[in-house]
Design a protein. Structure first.
Length: 182
């Protein structure tokens, strides 16, 4: 092709007079708009329902947490009622012999120990020679050991007062005396 030749004519296209395909366009757009508006209304309704359900679930959970806090001690208190009943029965018998009172005290102590055990309250009563654990024991004093003692340093010598754990958390440390380091 030389510079003075004219380019070939583009292919012919049908004339767009605005009536053939364009006449259906506004109706199609109106239908599409109506369809999208309906879909938007469905999605908005589903969103509002989900939001209300989430708020209701949160409110119910808050109420249950409040009740759980309020009545958390209910099972523990219920397990202590027989202990109270036993103590009241002992007080109601002023003419009981010492042996009867002692027997009643032992029975009541067993009830109390059982109630504590059911509620996951565990006794901390380390044996002599147990390594001192500052997480479960509280050293009241440090005692020197004789040179011929077989006990290791920093171990429990005696327990002055038992400690208690509740669900592996220290409720009260055991009060102990500890052997002095050498």
């Amino acid at each position: 092709m030389s510079t003075n030749e004219t380019p070939p004519n583009p292919p012919e296209t049908p004339a767009d007079d605005g009536h053939a395909a364009g006449a259906d366009a506004p109706a199609a757009l109106q239908a599409r708009l109506a369809e999208l508006e309906a879909r938007h209304a469905e999605v908005a309704d589903a969103y509002l329902r989900a939001k209300a359900e989430a708020e209701n679930t949160r409110r119910r959970a808050d109420e249950e947490m409040s009740k759980a806090r309020k009545f958390a001690i209910e099972a523990f208190a219920e397990s202590l009622l027989p202990v109270k009943d036993s103590l009241e029965a002992a007080v109601a018998l002023p003419s009981a012999s010492v042996e009867q009172v002692l027997e009643g005290v032992h029975a009541t102590l067993r009830q109390l120990a059982s109630a504590l055990e059911r509620n996951k309250v565990v006794e901390v009563n380390p044996a002599a020679g147990t390594k001192f654990d500052p997480h479960q024991h509280q050293a009241i004093s440090v005692v020197p050991l004789p040179a011929d003692a077989a006990q290791d340093p920093n171990t429990v010598v005696t327990v002055l007062q038992k400690g208690y754990l509740i669900a592996e958390r220290v409720l009260r440390p055991a009060l102990v005396t500890v052997s002095a380091p050498k």
